[in-house]
Every structure is written in structure tokens, then in C-alpha cells.
Ligand binder design. Structure first.
Ligand code: PLP
Length: 390
């Protein structure tokens, strides 16, 4: 079988075998509906309860603050639309950032069509938000601030604790998209003092199609209406028969991350640094994003004279003798258009430069051997493409 060197772990991760093993019984023998009152159903209910505690423990919340969803996109929709609907009396102003994931940006655009005013914050060249500028944008009628914890394309980590504090001083709620941070770095909702936060299973070696929204219930309880109506599942917050196997998998992934992420991170960082140090030996390559406040697994490089799509294709060429190297450019592809990355454009790169950027995201299953092969292949592709463009 063809070797795959998978360096696209911010897009999705391979499921951990232990996570899969935890899910299998709930797809085969333990298939009861978690809401059935017979003993068979109670067993599923109990398993979901355990998973809820596992998710809560990873982010230091209470289990009753966790609402299971189909992933981060749904959790983002639930949070943003919910706050918008419930806080109309305070105002109709929302703040977010140009570098957010499209799940946040598109939901904000939708809310604009419903009469909400959205401020899209600029970022500095390194991807960080300037705190003084942030303060100036907060208003009396700001109901919600949405800033992601770690960026999916550059790995840049925003100062969430400080931003939350400033937002709360103005009486605004704070939502953070922690999709990329959870499972890679410690995230403590009490310490960050956020009101809402989203999680996605498939970014931390769990299954796809499952995630969660943290909704603060202690002290200043956050109340948001449901998006899905029906059987009143998840405390009325999200109706629909529970995805028991997915939820069990998410719980297991969170439990494994809580116990093991600290031991994986130095190795992953070492591999990322090795990749960068090797590629930076080549002329015309720079790192995008703040180098200090950045996820240790992510490297986003501007490689002048190298079209990213051509490089991605070149590294996954249909030739079984070569390993397939999976990387990304973080650009939003639809069936008709390929847009340059909105994140890199917001950081001041030209469209041309944005088309010359590649994202490498390392995961716990990558090895030094894989990285050595990848470095060599990437170097080859860069020189071939530069020769062609010259
Ligand atoms: N937010 C960020 C930062 C992401 O990276 C992603 C996934 O790419 C999402 C949201 C959407 O997550 P999901 O696939 O669980 O809907």
C-alpha cells in the first residue's frame, strides 16, 4: 500500500484506535436510544453521562455546561444565533475578527441580514489583535465578542483571557472557537472566563460529526434558545436522538487528550521545528504568524515563486513509488472558485503571496522518518516549481 505522510492534522486527525474501540460496542451490541427508559437505554444514557464528564474535565467545566452537537460549525451557529436572539435589549452589535473560521464569519454575515451590526476586527501583520484597538471597538450595545483561541491556518494564539476581561467590562458575552486548541494545549474555561466555547471531535483524534458547545452555567448563567426543536434532548438545548457512538468517541478522545497531550507536545514541536529549520534554509521562505504565540504543531510558510495548489498536487502525485504527502494551503475551495486565504489576506499578504503559502500541521502519529522524507520531497517540489516559473 502507498505510504501516506499526513501533515494536515489541522484539517482532521486520524481516529485514535482506543477511541474507535470505545465506540464500537455502541454501534453494535449497545445500540439502545439513550432516552429510552428501559435498562438497555439506561446503559446508553450512563455512557453518555460519562462522556459528558470527560469532555467537561478537559476544559474544567461542569458536565451540565456541555451540549453535544454535530461539531464546531453547529456549536458556533447555536452560540452566535442564540446570543443574538436573547440579547436584543442590550443591543445589536457583535464583534469578531477577519481571521476567524468561515463558520463564525458566515454566521455573522447571516446575522447582519437580520439587523445585527458586526464589526470585523483587523489584525496585526503577525495575526494578533491589538488590545488598544480592541478596546476602542467595544461599545455599550456590544452583546457578543467572538474570537478564536488558536487559528487553524497559522496556529496564532490570541490573548483570550485579556479579551474576555475587556469584553465583560462592557457587559458583552464572550465566545471562543477553541476547535484547534482543544487537545493540543490546556484550555480552562474558568481561567479564561469565557461564556461559550466550541469543541470538535475530529480535531483531537476523535470521530467526525460530533462536537460540543460549552455554555456557562455558574455565576452569570448564559441562556440561549435552541436551534433544533423536537424531543427536548440536551436539556432542551439541542433536540434530536443522541449520536451515542460519536459522543462516546468524543468523550474518550477528550480523556486521552487530558492524560497524554502534554507528553506528545514536545515531540510534535520538535518535528515542526525540524521541518521549519530545514525549509528556511531555502531562499525566499518566511513564516506567517506570530512565532511566539503559536500552536506548536502548525507551520504556515510563504514560499515565493511556488503556487500552493501546484505544490499540493506535486506532493500527492499519482505515482505509487512516491509517498503521498498531505498538506494544505488553507484556502477556501468551492467547486467553482479557489479563493486566496482570507486569514493571510487579513494579515497583510497580497493575493499573489497568499497563493504561495503552504500549511503544515503535525500530529501525534508523525515520525522523524516521515518528516525527513517529506522535507526532501518538499524541497524537490519547490525547486521544480521555481524552475518552471522562472
Ligand atoms: N473552527 C475552526 C477553527 C476549525 O478549524 C474548524 C474545522 O475546520 C471548524 C471551526 C469547523 O469544525 P467542524 O468540522 O467540527 O464543523
Amino acid at each position: 500500500m502507498r505510504q501516506v505522510i499526513y501533515l494536515d492534522n489541522n484539517a482532521t486527525t486520524k481516529i485514535d484506535e482506543r477511541v474507535l474501540a470505545s465506540m464500537l460496542p455502541y454501534l453494535t451490541s449497545e445500540y439502545a436510544n439513550a432516552n429510552s427508559t428501559h435498562h438497555f437505554g439506561v446503559q446508553s444514557y450512563e455512557a453518555v453521562k460519562t462522556a459528558r464528564s470527560q469532555v467537561a474535565k478537559l476544559i474544567n467545566s461542569d458536565p451540565n455546561e456541555i451540549v453535544f452537537t454535530s461539531g464546531s460549525t453547529e456549536a458556533i451557529n447555536l452560540a452566535l444565533k442564540g446570543v443574538a436572539e436573547n440579547n436584543n435589549e442590550k443591543g445589536k452589535h457583535i464583534i469578531t475578527v477577519h481571521t476567524e473560521h468561515s463558520a463564525v464569519l458566515d454566521t455573522c454575515k447571516f446575522l447582519e441580514t437580520k439587523g445585527f451590526e458586526v464589526t470585523y476586527l483587523k489584525v496585526e501583520k503577525d495575526g494578533l489583535i491589538n488590545l488598544e484597538y480592541f478596546k476602542e471597538q467595544l461599545r455599550k450595545d456590544t452583546i457578543l465578542v467572538c474570537v478564536m483561541l488558536a487559528n487553524n491556518e497559522t496556529g496564532v494564539i490570541q490573548p483570550i483571557k485579556k479579551l474576555t476581561e475587556l469584553s465583560h467590562q462592557k457587559g458583552a458575552l464572550f465566545f471562543t472557537d477553541a476547535t484547534q486548541a482543544i487537545g493540543k494545549m490546556p484550555v480552562d474555561v474558568r481561567d479564561l472566563n469565557v461564556d461559550l466555547l466550541c469543541i470538535s471531535g475530529h480535531k483531537l483524534y476523535g470521530p467526525k460529526g460530533v462536537g460540543a458547545l460549552f455554555i456557562r452555567q455558574n455565576e452569570k448563567r448564559v441562556k440561549i434558545p435552541a436551534l433544533f426543536h423536537g424531543g427536548g434532548h440536551e436539556n432542551g438545548q439541542r433536540s434530536g436522538t443522541l449520536n451515542v457512538p460519536g459522543i462516546i468517541g468524543l468523550g474518550a478522545a477528550c480523556e486521552i487528550a487530558r492524560k497524554e497531550m502534554k507528553s506528545h507536545s514536545p515531540k510534535i514541536e520538535e518535528l515542526r521545528n525540524y521541518l521549519e529549520s530545514e525549509l528556511l534554509k531555502i531562499d525566499g521562505i518566511v513564516i506567517n504568524g506570530n512565532i511566539k504565540n503559536r500552536l506548536y504543531n502548525t507551520s504556515n510558510l510563504l514560499i515565493s515563486g511556488v503556487d500552493s495548489d501546484a505544490a499540493i498536487m506535486g506532493l500527492s502525485k499519482p505515482n505509487v513509488e512516491f509517498p503521498l504527502i498531505a498538506i494544505s494551503n488553507g484556502s477556501a475551495c468551492t467547486s467553482h472558485t479557489i479563493e486566496p486565504s482570507h486569514v493571510l489576506i487579513a494579515m497583510g499578504l497580497s493575493e499573489h503571496e497568499a497563493y504561495n503559502c503552504l500549511r503544515f500541521s503535525i500530529g501525534k502519529y508523525n515520525t522523524k522518518e516521515e518528516l525527513s522524507i517529506a522535507v526532501q520531497e518538499i524541497k524537490n517540489v519547490i525547486s521544480q516549481l521555481r524552475l518552471m516559473s522562472a
